[in-house]
Design a binder for this molecule. Structure first.
Ligand code: ZN
Length: 380
């Protein structure tokens, strides 16, 4: 089961005022634990009522309502994300004894599971990022290096993960294999090789051997890492109204792990058998429902435990179909989404309209072709 953490518990903001995104500010406010906090960062949105959405130098987003805002000062400097060393120091302080930090070109991984698994994760994420950017490399979409170091927290076992996850993201993610938080911009994971029975894997080959025994678990890790990359390389904007059928379908399109190749990722866009089979089972019920439009117009089907798995499966199938058969229109749609501002929520009708603007008005024909195409893929 893939888990998306859409921590968008943010009140609806009014239309945003113009803000200078380049400048760093020094903000003191009351946080959710009623503690006074001072954060250096950049203002992403200023609401009409004076509230702000602040991006901290560590990548965390702070939604600060006017009643919580104590002081806001200009620093006269440009916004500068934390360096790797600074971030490593902060993470060690936050997580305390037993945690160390492993860095790769784009990732800062804080772990208490020993460096071998963290290095293995770092190498996997770097390969995924390379594959992701190569896959979408086109003039139609402006993907770039992440502005901030990408943080992953890797706990040594499921129990520690569950405890942290419950507090950080709520009980719904406690049983997951990992999650990406839009709010903190971090991935939170645990060592999948820790089974409590045998010794921890200490070489990349040993990690691979153990991981290969649970491919569905590692698919979740790849899925969450894909979200983090998409939100940091210019494909999606954090706290924008991104349709889940697209962001989830995209993550599932990448989630088939490739543990064999050293620098490539040959399984991007491979048929995802788990999702495909689920979709075939759902397709029989689907005839009655106005499925495509309900998927495009709202995220409700993902939020309901009874319909979520089918919505995931349908999203995988729809993205697969659109990428394979309507790539140009799909890129146009991605480009449209990448320009969405934070904290502006669309009406259901305008979501469908945005889809039509890229893929054409005739949704009925598109839906028929979609079902024919997926039908031909058969069961796996
Ligand atoms: Zn997801």
């Amino acid at each position: 089961m893939s888990v998306a953490v859409w921590l968008c518990a943010v009140p609806t903001f009014c239309a945003a005022a113009d803000v200078d995104e380049a400048l760093q500010v020094h903000v003191t406010f009351t946080d959710e634990d009623r503690q006074s906090q001072t954060v250096d960062g950049r203002i992403v949105v200023t609401a009409k009522d004076g509230g702000i959405l602040l991006l901290g130098r560590d990548g965390r987003l702070w939604n600060i309502t006017p009643d919580k805002l104590q002081k806001q000062e200009a620093t006269g400097k440009n916004f500068k994300p934390m360096s790797e060393d600074e971030l490593a120091g902060e993470l060690k302080q936050e997580f305390g004894e037993g945690f160390e930090v492993v860095t790769t070109r784009h990732y800062t991984i804080c772990t208490n599971s020993g460096p071998a698994y963290a290095r293995w994760c770092g190498a996997l994420f770097e390969r995924l990022m390379g594959a992701f950017r190569t896959h979408w490399k086109t003039r139609a979409l402006d993907l770039h290096d992440p502005e901030l170091p990408l943080v992953a927290i890797v706990f040594s076992d499921a129990e520690q993960f569950a405890k942290f996850a419950t507090k950080d993201a709520g009980p719904a993610v406690a049983n997951a294999k990992g999650y990406y938080s839009i709010r903190t911009n971090r991935m939170v994971l645990y060592d999948l090789t820790a089974d409590g029975k045998s010794d921890r894997a200490v070489t990349p080959a040993a990690v691979n051997r153990k991981i290969a025994a649970s491919p569905f678990n590692v698919a979740t890790v790849v899925h969450e890492a894909t979200h983090q990359i998409a939100f940091n390389c210019g494909m999606h904007t954090r706290y924008a109204d991104n349709p889940l059928w697209l962001s989830e379908g995209m993550a599932m399109y990448f989630e088939t792990p490739d543990l064999k190749s050293r620098n490539g990722w040959r399984t991007v866009g491979k048929v995802n058998a788990v999702r495909l089979n689920r979709f075939h089972d759902y397709a029989r019920k689907r005839r009655k429902a106005n499925a495509l439009e309900s998927l495009l117009s709202s995220n409700a089907r993902f939020a309901n435990a009874e319909t979520a798995e089918d919505a995931y499966a349908e999203s995988w199938a729809l993205n697969y179909f659109l990428i394979k058969t309507r790539r140009k229109q799909y890129m146009d749609y991605l480009n449209r989404l990448s320009k969405k501002p934070a904290l502006i929520w669309d009406e259901p009708e305008s979501k469908v309209q945005a889809f039509r603007a890229s893929f054409g008005d005739d949704l009925q024909t598109l839906d028929r072709r979609f079902l024919q195409y997926v039908g031909r893929l058969g069961k796996r």
